[in-house]
Design a protein around this ligand. Sequence first.
Ligand code: ZN
Length: 163
Amino acid sequence: MEMDRFQKYRQSEKGQATRKAYYNTEKGKKIMKIGKWKSRGLIETYEGQYNIIYDRYINAENCELCHKKFKNSQNRHMDHNHTTGEFRHICCNMCNINMPDLKKSSANKTGYRHISQDKRDRGWAFQRNYMGKSYRRVFNSKIDCLCYKFYMILKINLMKKNM
Ligand SMILES: [Zn+2]
């Protein structure tokens, strides 16, 4: 009963406005960001590390790998090991995409090429690089992901034909 009332409040205009206002404060932004990282599998290897990582993230002006200046906050990423959950570094979009997560690939037990169970996005991920472009999409179900894989095979074959 208590939960129902809370849910009602949460979904009400007032409740949503309160939440929105909170998540716009510095503290709210921090809590939301760390929560997002946790849901993607980031772990603390010592107490208080989440705070340290967040400060490092917020204050980072350059990519820790290629040292280029971040163009905007969307370009700044927290990178972690997808197998162990340990923090690695704060890097730019390009470095984040280009860095091969070898442990992640070898842990692919789906039995399908280009399909992995993605811890970060919590679902089934299709990923394939073709002609220098990266195609990636995450699905809730394995069937949908497989279906997308076959669609992409057709699409790639069509691109090959039209070359
Ligand atoms: Zn970089």
